[in-house]
Design a binder for this molecule. Structure first.
Ligand code: SAM
Length: 288
């Protein structure tokens, strides 16, 4: 990026970084370069273009270079920055858990549109990962309490850090539980939410390097048709929720029919909702 004795301006660094990432096949090279440069300069992305001629010193240039090289090797931007924006929160993000996805922010929005701000029951987040859903819901519902379950101790350690950073530790807990081996028995639950693994093996095989090499496979893949874990979560919800309790689930693009069918005998007011790309991606229902 910099030859000996040469200095680069902010705009030059952005241009060279973006060209480098483009050559490496990174999908959003300009945007990712902006995130990296702005994180090192500790400024907003917009400011990079307000002061394009600012000279970037050697130390910062080296930091930017090392992050751009990592991104060029297709390490996810969120791991390089160490954080992700989710539903208005900044969460710590690393290889211990799945990077929370924008689709899941839409699920959180759908839930919050259907609950009163005074909601004061327990929220059970099954397969909590970074704790993203639990953190977003408990932040917006100040009278709620929450429990996040996951089989991955690494994910739980990250979720715990996130909930503490957001000052939610007094209202939330995380617990290790494998839903294939242990019974879920929580009391006072008013909402069960889950974004379980739902990819078919073949879908995971076609995923980008960022996903295959850096997201935990166990967080994403659910056998041949991707439906097995969804069915288990529905069964757990039936057992845990009282009549009138809310169930909210994220699933794959091919699962909507099967989900409706599986919910129909034990739930009412069943809604199938779309994500921002217009795929049927979520269901929200009330326990009969
Ligand atoms: C798709 S990730 C969702 C993470 C987070 N809720 C989110 O939306 O970003 C699914 C999570 O379920 C967990 N998981 C998978 N199988 C499990 C099992 N049998 N028991 C408990 N947790 C499991 C994974 O460790 C992972 O954290």
């Amino acid at each position: 990026m910099k030859k000996k004795g040469e200095f680069l301006t902010c705009l030059e660094v952005l241009t060279k970084s973006s060209e480098f990432l483009g050559r490496k096949g990174v999908p959003s090279p300009k945007c990712d370069s902006e995130w990296i440069v702005s994180s090192i300069l500790k400024t907003k992305r917009m400011n990079l273009y307000l002061y394009p001629d600012e000279i970037i010193g050697e130390e910062k240039l080296n930091e930017i270079r090392s992050m751009i090289v990592r991104r060029g090797k297709r390490e996810p931007l969120q791991h390089i920055l160490g954080s992700v924006n989710f539903a208005g929160l900044v969460l710590k993000c690393d290889g211990r858990a799945l990077i929370p996805r924008p689709e899941t922010e839409t699920l959180v929005e759908h839930i919050l549109h259907r609950l009163p701000p005074s909601f004061d029951k327990a929220i059970l987040d099954i397969g909590t990962g970074t704790g993203a859903i639990l953190a977003a819901l408990c932040s917006s519902l100040p009278s709620s309490v929450g429990v996040g379950l996951d089989q991955s101790e690494e994910a739980l350690s990250l979720a715990k850090e996130n909930l503490k950073d957001l000052n939610l530790q007094s209202r939330t807990q995380v617990r290790k539980l494998d839903w294939n081996l242990q019974k879920v028995s929580e009391e006072g639950v008013g909402l069960v939410v889950s974004n379980p693994p739902y990819l078919k093996t073949e879908e995971w095989e076609c995923a980008e390097t960022e996903v295959k090499a850096h997201d935990p496979k166990i967080a994403l893949v659910a056998g041949e048709d991707g439906f097995s874990e969804l069915k288990k979560i529905i069964d757990i919800s039936v057992a845990v929720l009282p009549s009138g309790g809310m169930f909210a689930l994220e699933f794959g693009t091919s699962h909507a029919e099967k989900i409706s069918k599986s919910l129909s005998s034990k739930f009412e007011s069943i809604e199938i909702l779309k994500d921002l790309s217009h795929y049927r991606r979520f269901s929200i229902a009330r326990k009969c």
